[in-house]
Design a protein around this ligand. Structure first.
Ligand code: ATP
Ligand code: MG
Length: 362
């Protein structure tokens, strides 16, 4: 059960390959922190530094107020679950889960108790006497998690634990992890994933990593509703937020933007007189667009429609050199293909960025 504090943490690999800088992060006991970010941005590196498997080349890591930069991994009270759960193939589930405690020479009754408790938590009771080869991928991953639970660590680290599972199993295992966390409210967990839904549903807070540092930290809906930059705005949410160029023509409690390609946007982001004439990008999520006959933020011809059942994705013809605009309307709208459509959005869903930064975070 632990608080973690990272202060100016930095990683430079041998050969002067600098991959992380200025990582400052306070993780409170009981939080489930999710690291997301583009491939290669340093998520695994950061996790491995916390685990002690990788040297911290600058800054400090504290666990419960104690500096642990040079503490060996086994002393840190941290358990790590990897994407490739290397179970011992010749050992049963029970033996796999007992192994670390046997090595630590714990008494047999203590081992049995810990293994049984973890097995129940993870719904592995029926499989305790099976070998890993007789388990599904999801069950094997649960055994890997079980191996860490029996050690009763202070901190759990998960590096993309579900990415080897098929879609249905991912969903089931994700929900199990959420339930597991509820049963262990005091444990601190850090979880790396590429999966938006895992990040949004599991996290108490999401840490977005990019450009060797932290782009933004916040509760999932905070990042979704108030991203601090175009990068975070487009990284969280799928399909990505649309960005459309314009110029500020009205300031105050609400901001009015004249769109470069016609139309007008009104945003709840406040501005001052000094912002008049500022070149900005207006950000609207595909799901926040509304079809309108009135004032529009965007007008375009629908190139392709994708009916997903509950929603239809509209891909608009590209205008200029920007990304194609995407809309997401509730219901089925195959009839819009080839048509010209006007889209607006409620002012509280209209984001405004200048030089890549949200006007709310200047
Ligand atoms: N031992 C190493 N020596 C030098 N560079 C390394 C080493 N290990 C990783 N890197 C580099 O550090 C960067 C971060 O790697 P890391 O594995 O932490 O990324 P990641 O965010 O986990 O990516 P992914 O999402 O693909 O798993 C990458 O550019 C990688 O090439
Ligand atoms: Mg990784």
């Amino acid at each position: 059960m632990a608080n973690l504090k990272l202060t100016n943490v930095e990683k430079t690999y041998a050969g002067a390959v600098n991959v992380l800088n200025n990582i400052n992060l306070d993780i409170k006991q009981g939080e489930l922190i999710v690291f997301v970010g583009p491939s290669g941005c340093g998520k695994s590196t950061l996790l491995r530094m916390i685990a002690g498997l990788e040297k911290i080349t600058g800054g400090t890591l504290e666990i419960d107020g104690e500096m642990v930069n040079d503490m060996p991994p086994a002393m840190r009270g941290i358990a790590m679950v990897f994407q490739s759960y290397a179970l011992y193939p010749h050992m049963t589930v029970r033996e796999n889960m007992s192994f670390a405690l046997k090595i630590a020479k714990k008494p047999q009754n203590e081992i049995d108790e810990a293994v049984n408790r973890a097995a129940t938590m993870l719904q592995l009771d029926p499989y305790l006497d099976r070998l890993p080869k007789a388990l599904s991928g999801g069950q094997r991953q649960r055994v890997a998690i079980g191996r860490s639970i029996v050690r009763d660590p202070k901190v759990y680290l998960f590096d993309e634990p579900l990415s080897n599972l098929d879609a249905a199993l991912r969903v089931a295992t994700r929900i199990e992890i959420a339930q597991l966390k509820e049963q262990m409210p005091e444990s601190t967990m850090i979880y790396v994933t590429h999966d938006q839904v895992e990040a949004m549903t599991l996290a108490s807070r999401i840490v977005v990593l990019a450009n060797k540092g932290i782009a933004q930290v916040g509760a999932p809906l905070e990042l979704y509703e108030r991203p601090n930059s175009e990068f975070v705005a487009q990284f969280i949410g799928s399909p990505s937020m649309n960005l459309l160029p314009g110029e500020i023509v009205g300031t105050g409690q609400q901001t009015t933007i004249k769109m470069d390609r016609g139309g007008t946007a009104v945003s709840d982001y406040p501005t001052t007189d000094a912002d008049m004439g500022l070149k900005v990008n207006v950000g609207v999520r595909p799901e926040d667009f509304l079809e309108t006959d009135g004032e529009h933020i965007f007008e375009g011809k629908v190139n392709i429609t994708e009916a997903l059942g509950e929603v239809t994705l509209l891909y608009f013809e590209k205008q200029g050199d920007g990304d194609a605009v995407i809309g997401k309307l509730p219901g089925i709208h195959a009839e819009l293909r080839g048509k010209s459509v006007k889209l607006g959005a409620s002012p509280d869903k209209v984001h405004v960025f200048h030089n890549g930064t949200s006007l709310l975070y200047r």
